[in-house]
Design a protein around this ligand. Sequence first.
Ligand code: ADP
Ligand code: TRP
Length: 321
Amino acid sequence: MRVLTGIQPSGKLHLGNYFGAMKPSLALQEENEVFLFIANYHAQTTIRDGALLRDYTHNVALDFLACGLDPQKTAFYRQSDVPEVHELAWLLSVVCPMGLLERAHSYKDKTARGVDANHALFAYPVLMAADILCVNAEQVPVGKDQKQHLEIARDLAGKFNRQVGEEVFKLPDPIIRDSVAIVPGVDGQKMSKSYGNTIEIFGNPKKTRKTIMKVVTDSAALEDSKDPDTCNVFALYKLFADEAEQAALAERYRAGGMGYGEAKKALADKFEAHFEPYRAKRAALEADPDFVNDVLREGAAKARKAMQPVLTAARAAVGLE
Ligand code: ADP
Ligand code: TRP
């Protein structure tokens, strides 16, 4: 199956991104032809500082490679290294009714939150459709928030095909990752960089431990029985622990006599054991920027090779060739 997904380099990756997006994306590479890209054009809608965008982009590349992305299996690239998507975005704009974009939730939500209302933000779903259709991806794994964008991509593919009377584009199937639990942040709300409640996966280890010790809990006393199912610390612990470990900690919650401090320490230990090997790998990659740049360059070359025949067919169908 040809699978494509993208991640915006709009901040330091946190546990929500890791369990909600990164880990499932990395699992795909075992059985599929995977295209995974860093959506730096999309991130420009919120990041205007060039040095920061460059830094976040490089960091996302390091994070994915450290956590197990295999460049032999996955075409891993920066969106800005594949100019084909921009040309296709134009061809799709031509068949895109204004109403379709006016109905998009993400534009309304983002402008309501103070993001600049500009053409790039408005046209964001068209560029996203181009990312997908340019490689004729069959499946696109995304979070729930991206569902409407996938509908727009399918819609544009269908409109284009109907207009030219040929099946230039396959209609991509969304794979909505709603089976993945919402990872709670330190304050118990959904972990998100916009709420400032994140636990970064590659933050300073000492600071991260301190952050974990601040995860909010109820005020049950040490001797009280506690409910694991409503506890944020337990919800985070579950992400790292196998079933036996989860059952053992749940049992201790219910029995009473264990304070939340101890559960937080167990969580911090799990976090460190999980990320320590990746941290070491990341440090080695950080010391070898040429390797990382080569991976991205080769990934872009692979992606462009897949994109060129699709773009040529689209250009020919509309009379540009
Ligand atoms: P943020 O909310 O921090 O801005 P993004 O919206 O950039 O994060 O997240 C990118 C992807 O990471 C999302 O589409 C979603 O799949 C996943 N994700 C983010 N936060 C969480 C969370 N708290 N729980 C589960 N998945 C998450
Ligand atoms: N809009 C997606 C997000 O914010 C990122 C993205 C851009 C994407 N282009 C894509 C995801 C194409 C999947 C396919 O998470």
